[in-house]
Design a protein around this ligand. Structure first.
Ligand code: BGC
Length: 719
């Protein structure tokens, strides 16, 4: 159903013409809710820090941060009372992996290789978020990450551009729905443009040095996918890219984002990033910073007021700048109209709708489904699935904890969260003893307690991992090791002859070598969200079969960072130069391969994958790969068939392999399915320095895999 838009282009332009310069600069400013003291419903003065007047504060076109239906209504009412032209405010926040019902962190969601599920989670999050009064979410984040030391890796969809593009596109569709006029939608803001995931050394906010070759071939395509899916906003990255902070980069924000990626929506700065141009050393003062940002293409300044404060002077000295501001305001008003705010500034928000929507049963079901499909079985020597009757001990920092929501879940309801202990109980498991432990320090006394308790059990289930604050924004670390005490715990139980099942709860790929030889099974649960405990228990007991595959490689130690499956080809590949001992691309002390590569993930069943015919072109110029997938094991499961390509003779040294397509298929035991997987026509395009985007025709190797270990190789001539 096409809903009726309530303001057309001409009406928006008419409104724009009526606006004063201050009103326009206000629309281009976004302030945090804390300046509006909504709790008391008493609207207080602005902190001096901003250096603006109470009147200027109320010109702000959008607000970000904590809200609920009641405070949204009172803020909007107050705004409309004060706004000369009755322009509604827009409310934005970070709904990253759910609002109050929390889904697995985005890195985990990508491991599901299930776009429909990602879309469903975003749809569900939009229903909750919009009922609480929000209209925009600062999500998805499609920053490719190859360095797991960077704490924001939890927010990304991993190391591959296709997976980032597919997941990002799915989230945009989920948030925005069919039509933004529907009051249960949210406008999506894709972030952070660009190469934020490439910060040097994995240290947050650090500079990024990245060639245009890599930007074009890796970092831009996920943004392009989200833009093409209709994302309404793009957030500029905090950091400098090749010397220029993204917030001040005309090259990035205009030449690339507007002209090449054809983005028509709103570009906003990150939090405080405009005045950070001073510390970056490219702006003298706030005046300078605002002008730089505005001229580069920033259209909403987040959390500072440089433009608001200086607009008169800018326009006086350079009249052309008003045009930039007009363009920004026109886009902002357009989005407000698309959201239906001029017609209903409250967008149907009230407390009864909020009560109905938040934390409902259906939303929890989506949280369970997503947690199930995001988990990745890394090791299993046959110990899993467990029998419910098997007596077990449950130990570790996450054994009896509700801290399973992960970073960026500020509005998540901790009391709703199902702990691992609760999950095991809910699913009928036989727990002999629960032993919660510290992350970093396990005393001898506690260690002995665990060992003694284990004598009464057959299995030790260890819920271990990183504290939540070790990842997320500003959560960079220099190494990716698990805390030593937890590794010793695994080793001691092994030495005692107890079977050990590790449940990992963490926000980044870790170095698992210290536990891998001693664990009978390792199930990576990530931060699984509200239904984490139920999902973990269902997987442990085999009520459902794990089907996640890694969206990011797990390095063989911190010294191997960065390692990713799609490294560029070298003239001296280790695996080909078998008779050469030294002069080849290798480490002398560790393997080249990560411990667990992108795409890897085990199941309780086995799948056989065969190429069942010739690869042929269809009428849409796609190459269709016919595959037959058989579930050769004894339980139902989901296979993820992954197709990678490698170009034989290219104009550049392309990656050794690139993910070109994948399909997730559910199969009963003994069942086989014949299907075709499409290689879309765009995948043959590559960005070549001094040439630009080019179709690379010719010979390709096609690799068909299930968990990056078993593959079929064949050749394909692409014309
Ligand atoms: C983060 C953004 C986020 C913004 C608003 C910043 O610190 O980098 O990703 O959207 O805060 O909360």
């Amino acid at each position: 159903m096409k809903l009726q838009n309530n303001m057309n282009k001409d009406q928006i332009n008419l409104l724009l013409q009526k606006m004063t310069l201050e009103e326009k600069a206000g629309q281009a400013t976004q302030l945090p809710t804390r300046y509006f003291d909504i709790k008391e419903s008493q609207l207080t003065g602005t902190e001096n820090k901003l250096g603006i007047t109470e009147n200027q504060k109320w010109q702000a076109g959008s607000i970000l941060g904590k809200l609920d239906a009641r405070s949204m209504r009172s803020l909007q009412e107050e705004n409309l009372k004060r706004s000369r032209l009755k322009i509604p405010m827009m409310f934005m926040t970070d709904i990253i992996h759910g609002y109050q019902t929390i889904f697995p962190i985005p890195l985990a969601m990508a491991c599901s290789f299930n776009e429909e599920l990602a879309e469903k989670s975003a749809r569900t999050a939009a229903k909750e978020g919009s009922a609480a009064g929000y209209q925009v979410t600062f999500s998805p984040m499609v920053d490719i990450v190859i360095d797991p030391r960077w704490g924001r890796v939890i927010e990304s969809f991993g190391e591959d551009k296709k997976l980032n593009a597919d997941m990002g596109r799915a989230m945009v569709r989920g948030y925005q729905g069919e039509d933004l006029l529907a009051p249960d939608t949210l406008a999506a803001c894709v972030k952070h443009f660009a190469a934020y995931g490439k910060v040097e050394g994995g240290r947050d906010y650090n500079a990024a040095d990245v060639s245009e070759y890599t930007l074009q071939n890796q970092y831009f395509p996920p943004f392009k996918a989200c833009i093409d899916a209709g994302a309404k906003l793009v957030m500029a990255a905090f950091q400098a890219v090749n010397g220029t902070p993204a917030t001040a980069s005309k090259w990035l924000l205009q030449d690339k984002l507007r002209k090449e990626l054809a983005f028509m929506g709103i570009v906003l700065s990150d939090w405080g990033a405009v005045t950070e141009l001073i510390r970056h050393g490219v702006a003298q003062d706030e005046y300078d910073a605002g002008e730089l940002a505005l001229s580069a293409g920033i259209q909403i300044e987040m959390a500072t007021c440089s433009v608001m404060k200086n607009i008169h002077k800018y326009v006086e000295l350079e009249p052309g700048i008003e045009l930039l501001l007009d363009q920004a305001v026109e886009k902002i008003l357009t989005l407000k109209a698309e959201l239906g705010l001029f017609e209903d500034p409250f967008r149907g928000v009230d407390e009864s709708r909020e009560r109905r929507e938040l934390r409902s049963k259906e939303k929890k079901y989506v949280a369970w489904e997503t947690a199930i499909e995001s988990a990745v079985l890394l090791e299993n020597n046959g110990v899993l699935p467990l029998k419910k009757e098997t007596p077990l001990i449950l130990a570790g920092p996450y054994a009896d904890s509700q801290e399973l929501l992960g970073p960026w879940s500020v509005d998540g309801i901790i009391e709703d969260t199902v702990s691992i202990k609760q999950g095991v109980i809910n699913k009928g498991g036989k727990i002999v003893q629960v032993l919660p432990l510290d992350f970093e320090e396990i005393s001898n006394k506690d260690m002995d307690k665990v060992l003694m308790a284990s004598e009464k059990a057959e299995i030790a289930v260890l819920a271990i991992g990183e504290p939540q604050l070790w990842s997320g924004e500003a959560g960079s670390r220099s190494t990716i090791e698990l805390p030593k005490a937890q590794c010793i715990l695994v080793q001691k139980l092994y030495q005692k002859g107890i079977k050990v099942v590790v449940l990992l709860l963490n926000g980044r790929p870790l170095d698992l070598r210290p536990i891998q030889p001693y664990a009978d099974a390792i199930l990576e649960m990530w931060y699984p969200g509200t239904e984490g405990g139920n999902a973990a228990a269902d997987l442990l007991f085999g009520n459902v079969n794990p089907s996640g595959h890694l969206a990011m490689s797990f390095p063989y130690g911190s010294g191997q960072i960065p390692v990713h499956y799609n490294m560029g080809a070298t003239g001296r590949p280790k695996e080909l130069l078998t008779s050469e001992k030294r002069y080849k691309s290798q480490y002398l002390d560790i393997p080249n391969e990560p411990l667990y590569a992108f795409g890897y993930g085990l199941s309780y069943t086995e799948f056989k994958i065969e190429l069942s015919g010739e690869i042929k072109k269809d009428s849409d110029h796609r190459y269709m790969v016919p595959v037959k997938v058989t579930n050769t094991g004894k339980v139902a499961g989901k296979a993820v068939v992954q197709i990678y390509i490698h170009k034989h003779k290219s104009m550049v040294a392309r990656p050794v392999k690139e993910l070109a397509a994948y399909k997730k298929l559910a199969l009963q035991p003994g069942e086989d399915v014949c299907t075709e997987i499409a290689l879309e026509k765009e995948i043959w395009n590559y960005w070549i320095p001094n040439v630009g985007w080019t179709k690379e025709s010719g010979n390709y190797t096609i690799m068909i895999e299930s968990d990056s270990q078993h593959y079929i190789h064949c050749n394909l001539m692409v014309d």
